[in-house]
Design a binder for this molecule. Structure first.
Ligand code: FAD
Length: 405
């Protein structure tokens, strides 16, 4: 049963994006994977569908034609829509899906913590085309060469200087890091304040001292750009700091950063589910028409049990992502549920793609085979947006109230 069978909003979005994924993403997926190139032309046509780079700030209207109830206390549908959309797009190609939605990592904290002026400035920096004729994208720069899972040790510093902050440091593994027209950069504003002193800053490309660095070569999701970014005494006006100055967890600091991740983790889990579904459907198709040792593949119990197991895991991952998103839409704290969705989705993607490789045999080892690509794409989901171990720490803390050592 489709969990959305009674809801035309979700069904409509899934059908529209499912068709987009099939007709426009799948045909170019292998090319962008091999070339490690961003799908700039497709990104333009996706904008026309409402998949804008500032979608999180635009609300759901562009994608669905329906306005969200402006009352902040009323239930929303944005998180569930994002989860439903992500599965479809990642089914088409996870790397391209990240290229289409990577700016959401940066627009998420702006939507959450930004003032009206900051939101307007952020959207202005994302409007129009850049000098290459590409649509403009954003980057969220938190991770550093020595700081990934534990962000409290962040080395990038922000020093107050009159009406400005001076940002100094280097970021690594930043999605859209080379091409972004606007960055949300996280820096420590008070050396001794720990997590509470970490603030986000909106910085435009071209600001003196902001230097995009080396682009990384990756195992998977190769249509999405990942790069280093350096900040060499970058001067940013104090109005472009998210939250308020001062080291308190409630002032728009790291606590809000972590809440931002609670909203993106179900989406990431859902992307992983999309990869798993792609590999599962490929295998199912093969089993329906194929034979093994002279008898139909579908008559072999070991194959059918594998398919049943995959189907159960995919459904579990989807339901976990939708539960976490439903909680977000109903303003219910969902820290542990978001982590479950992300960790389970990542595990399902790796499990299904690995088993599909085994069942298909040698053909799936050929470079360029779709299952070989999905197998490579799946791995990253256990690393970014909090590794599998970090998600389990969060869930465990929720169970007992204490952090495991
Ligand atoms: C393709 C890609 C895109 C990315 N995009 C962005 C982006 O746009 N912006 C951004 O800021 N970052 C981005 N990242 C960075 C990503 O968020 C980090 O790689 C991730 O947080 C893990 O950090 P790390 O690589 O430094 O690993 P580490 O934190 O060094 O962890 C190494 C290993 O130790 C384990 N570990 C660490 N701490 C603990 C603990 N307390 N308990 C148990 N195990 C632990 C981890 O699970 C992992 O297995 C991206 C990464 C990739 C690969």
């Amino acid at each position: 049963m489709d969990i959305f069978h009674n809801n035309p909003l979700f069904t409509g979005v899934r059908q529209m994006l499912g068709a987009f994924a099939k007709q426009q993403m799948r045909p170019i997926a292998a090319k962008h994977d091999q070339e490690e190139s961003m799908p700039w032309e497709l990104m333009k046509s996706a904008q026309a569908l409402g998949l804008t780079q500032s979608a999180l700030l635009d609300g759901r209207k562009k994608l669905t034609g329906v306005e969200e109830d402006p009352d902040p206390k009323k239930p929303k549908s944005q998180a569930r829509l994002a989860v439903a959309a992500s599965e479809e797009l990642a089914w088409g190609c996870a790397g391209i899906a990240l290229a289409l939605g990577g700016s959401g990592l940066a627009s998420s904290p702006v939507a959450r913590m930004g003032t009206d002026e900051q939101k307007a400035e952020f959207k202005k920096l994302l409007s129009g085309l850049d000098e290459k004729g590409h649509i403009k994208v954003a980057a969220m720069a938190l991770s550093e060469p020595a700081t990934g899972s534990d962000i409290s040790g962040l080395k990038t510093s922000a020093r107050a200087d009159g009406d400005h902050w001076i940002i100094r440091g280097s970021k690594q593994w930043i999605t859209n890091g080379q091409s972004a027209n606007v960055f949300v950069v996280w820096a420590q504003t008070e050396a001794t304040a720990g997590r509470a002193g970490i603030k986000g800053f909106i910085i435009a490309r071209g600001t003196p001292g902001l230097v995009p660095g080396k682009k990384e070569t990756k195992l998977g999701i190769r249509a999405s750009e990942t790069a280093q970014v350096h900040f060499e005494d970058v001067r940013v006006h104090k109005d472009m700091m998210l939250g308020i100055a001062g080291a308190s967890e409630s002032s728009g600091g790291l606590a809000d950063t972590k809440k931002m991740l609670d909203s993106t983790r179900p989406v990431v889990g859902s992307q992983a589910t999309g990869i798993a579904r792609a590999a599962y459907e490929f295998l199912l198709d093969r089993v329906r028409g194929g034979s093994l040792n002279g008898t139909p593949m579908a008559s072999h119990q070991h194959i059918m049990f594998e398919l049943a197991e995959m189907n159960m895991e995919i459904n579990s991952s989807r339901l976990l992502a939708h539960r976490a998103a439903w909680m977000a839409d109903h303003h219910i704290e969902n820290v542990a549920e978001s982590s479950m969705a992300k960790a389970h989705g990542a595990r399902t993607a790796q499990y299904v793609t690995t088993r599909a490789m085994v069942l298909l045999g040698e053909e799936a080892l050929e470079p360029g085979h779709p299952v070989e690509k999905w197998y490579r794409d799946a791995k990253i989901y256990d690393i970014f947006e909090g590794t599998g171990q970090i998600q389990r720490r969060i869930i465990a803390k929720h169970l007992t109230g204490t952090n495991p050592t």
